[in-house]
Design a protein around this ligand. Sequence first.
Ligand SMILES: Cc1cc2nc3c(=O)[nH]c(=O)nc-3n(C[C@H](O)[C@H](O)[C@H](O)COP(=O)(O)OP(=O)(O)OC[C@H]3O[C@@H](n4cnc5c(N)ncnc54)[C@H](O)[C@@H]3O)c2cc1C
Length: 365
Amino acid sequence: MRVVICGGGVIGACTAYFLRCRGIDVTVVERTDVAAAASGKAGGFLARDWCAGTPLDALARRSFALHAQLPGEIAGDWGYRPMTAYSGFVASDGDTRRDAPSALGWLSDGVVITQRIGTTKTTAIVHPRKFTSAVMDASLALGAELRPGRVTGLVRDGDRARGVEVEGRVIAADAVVIAMGPWSVLAVQWMSLPAVYGQRSPSIVYDTASDVPADALFLEYEGDGGAVSIEVFPRADGSTHITALSDIAPLPLDPAAVMPDVDAIARLQGMSERLSPLFRPERIIAQQACFRPVTQDGLPLIGKVPHSEGLYVATGHNVWGILNAPATGEALAGLIADGATREVDLSPFDPARLIPLDPSLLQAR
Ligand SMILES: Cc1cc2nc3c(=O)[nH]c(=O)nc-3n(C[C@H](O)[C@H](O)[C@H](O)COP(=O)(O)OP(=O)(O)OC[C@H]3O[C@@H](n4cnc5c(N)ncnc54)[C@H](O)[C@@H]3O)c2cc1C
């Protein structure tokens, strides 16, 4: 059996890895670079039970366990480390706590920590680009193939997938997986798929060396336009990722053309400087943006594409794509190879639960 995976983000890489572990031939087609989009620009934060009470819970728990296991299985260093997580707020003007020292010594006065929300048993982090690349490299070492190129169509025989078209060339396959993140929406022209949207988030990465401890922060910040949530993720390689201020923006057709909004970056930089003197302008390594793949009901699409044979989709992971990628890849590999999944029930993510998008709407985008 040969499977073609469209998209070399974290979902495509993990699916390739678990398919190869089962001995299935795999080709990954990536139009930009491995981890060129959100999978390279995310925070990389992982939480074991923050999806408790939602249909994502079992997927997240299984994935959290796989993240802890994978460093012992595949080569590379992507900075997996357990960490603590705190919530709090930045005291605004007039608040008596504005000049009080923070409970965490590396933060500025007036950054108030209210609660510990994760421990080294329940929260962790990876460097998402290094993780995605290491998993892809592990797949290649096991015999997978990576083809640069843009998937432009599907080859089919009636309802059955027979391969994909990559800029005019055909790659034959017995099964095709759509894992193009928010660009999966382009596949509605080729198959019966529900809508996938892209939600843009800017981020700044600082070189903080070993000055910032392994404490993730989820803070409320009272700004000009009301309360804003800001997230701070210090990683094992000495980089600290800060994100806030998501917005709705048109998704560029080319993933390489994704750019941050200049005003949002300036605002985010000002907010970061208020948090700690460690977030100085000369320590900035990257100012960037990426689009999270989002679906109508907020749950991912993982499974067989309705009204087809040999067609699968894995996207829409929203804010938890790095966390949930390993269990997604493992489950999808089981579904493709055996027709069933053992570890996680994929039925809450069945694409058939949502009405397919009318392709004519896509033309208007
Ligand atoms: C600022 C930010 C912070 C985040 N932080 C976290 C976090 O801390 N923890 C967490 O779990 N998640 C986080 N996420 C979410 C996570 O990044 C995403 O859910 C995840 O990366 C999605 O992965 P993907 O493989 O589905 O898509 P993508 O990473 O978008 O990959 C899709 C790939 O498909 C390729 N492609 C597109 N079109 C084609 C085509 N026609 N042919 C071939 N290839 C194509 C693209 O080039 C791209 O490489 C964050 C997201 C953002 C934006």
